[in-house]
Design a protein. Structure first.
Length: 239
């Protein structure tokens, strides 16, 4: 028991030493003194003196601790941890609704900036008309344009000679697989050489000789409107 009593006494002594340190640091602040500090904590001036000079037998009350924590700008648990151990309790602040709204607004702003950088096509632009035509043609050829592996297959067909079962388009190597994917998904504008490549692709798929560079360019620029010729149950084959 004597050893336990000594341990408690030493612990309280360290606790009081840190309490004294805190009191004196607060009282030394401009416009503050021990009397004003006592008033702020809701205790008497004598209590402040006892905390500093008379041996404590127990920790201070929760009410006083709460007042101290408020002045410190920390939680009661953090301040209590420091008084007991000399270390500030590590806490994880739970995000508030305001925090989450700010995070969402930041994410939206970042996406908008990325869309400008990537030149993502807006709904009122004409480029999607050419994309829809490509998507229809790919679908009719029995492939799913929504599957990214389809783009890889298309690019391979582009670069494979006709006598080997490919399309044999001589300028295909100039169009990267990523570029082809962006065009099919309608997130970039095409250039004239790319219009020619797309016209070749769709003409090969559909066997329709109307697909020329000028026709594809017209869809891209919006001077030609596009209506899918392939219907299923009265609706376009791509919903």
């Amino acid at each position: 028991m004597l050893l336990d009593d000594l341990t408690v006494a030493l612990t309280i002594s360290d606790y009081q030493s840190r309490l004294k340190e805190w009191i004196e640091s607060q009282a030394d602040k401009p416009g503050m003194n021990y009397s004003r500090l006592a008033s702020a904590l809701g205790v008497s001036r004598t209590t402040i003196s006892d905390w500093r000079n008379r041996p404590l037998k127990t920790e201070i009350s929760l009410e006083s601790l709460s007042a101290m924590a408020k002045m410190e700008g920390r939680s009661v648990g953090e301040l209590q941890s420091w008084l007991r151990t000399g270390e500030w309790l590590k806490t994880t602040k739970s995000p508030t609704l305001e925090d989450r709204v700010q995070e969402l607004e930041a994410a939206i702003a970042e996406l908008l900036e990325q869309s400008k950088t990537s030149r993502v096509i807006q709904p009122d632009w004409s480029m999607p008309a050419l994309s829809r035509a490509i998507q229809d043609a790919i679908w009719v050829a029995g492939m799913d344009w929504r599957d990214h592996s389809t783009i890889s297959t298309l690019h391979q067909l582009f670069t494979t000679p006709i006598d080997q079962g490919g399309m044999g388009y001589r300028k295909a190597p100039e169009m990267s697989q990523q570029r082809l994917r962006d065009i099919v998904f309608g997130i970039v504008e095409t250039t004239e050489p790319e219009d020619a490549a797309i016209a070749y692709l769709i003409a090969t798929f559909t066997g329709d000789d109307k697909w020329t560079t000028d026709y594809a360019q017209g869809l891209s620029e919006g001077s030609i409107s596009y209506q899918s010729p392939w219907k299923k149950n009265g609706k376009s084959i791509i919903a």
